[in-house]
Design a protein. Structure first.
Length: 205
């Protein structure tokens, strides 16, 4: 069973939606609470301002779907596909992803704080101007990932692969360069000084 950050169990659900074809469905400000979505097809769904609270998603296809100002609060996602999905200004606070796929995922703005993405494969994903405080990215497969202008305050990044990642403008204050693969990663000057300082070097004029 997927567990939330801090060891909290996945939410219990009261309602189930199973095997539904919601391909291209328009979700406009809809509200779902403690609902289990199992093997639901949300391909090319257009979601604007909908809220999913303590919901469970298993085997759900979010491929090419768009989510604008939506909220997925304390949800769990297991074996879900996010191929070419786009989240703009959306909140995923406290949600956990397990065994999901993210090729082409694009996230712009919004709040993904306290999200569990341990061991996720984000090699073809892009996050820009996103708040991701205390996110769990331990064991991340992030070779080539884009993390531009991301607030990673308190993020867990141990044993992560950020080879060739674009980290410019992001808060990497909790990143330990001795425990993360940063080969060919792109960073700014201030970040470079921060990393050198974290290695115990004395940076002077």
């Amino acid at each position: 069973m997927a567990r939330h950050v801090g060891g909290r169990p996945a939410p219990e659900t009261d309602t189930e939606v199973r095997g539904e074809d919601w391909d291209g469905r328009v979700l406009d400000g809809e509200q779902f609470e403690r609902t289990a979505f199992v093997d639901v097809d949300l391909t090319e769904a257009v979601d604007t301002g909908s809220t999913f609270s303590e919901c469970v998603f298993r085997g759900v296809r979010f491929n090419a779907s768009t989510h604008t100002n939506a909220a997925f609060l304390n949800c769990t996602f297991t074996r879900c596909s996010f191929f070419d999905a786009t989240f703009t200004g959306s909140k995923l606070l406290g949600s956990v992803f397990t065994s999901c796929t993210f090729p082409g995922l694009t996230v712009v703005g919004g709040d993904w704080s306290f999200v569990g993405l341990a061991e996720a494969d984000l090699r073809r994903a892009s996050f820009t101007d996103v708040r991701m405080r205390e996110v769990d990215l331990s064991g991340l497969q992030g070779s080539g990932v884009t993390l531009r202008g991301v607030d990673l305050t308190g993020a867990v990044l141990r044993s992560s692969d950020l080879t060739g990642a674009d980290l410019r403008g992001s808060d990497i204050s909790t990143l330990d360069p001795r425990d993360v693969d940063l080969a060919r990663a792109v960073i700014g000057w201030e970040q470079a000084v921060q990393l050198v300082t974290s290695l115990g070097l004395d940076v002077r004029e």
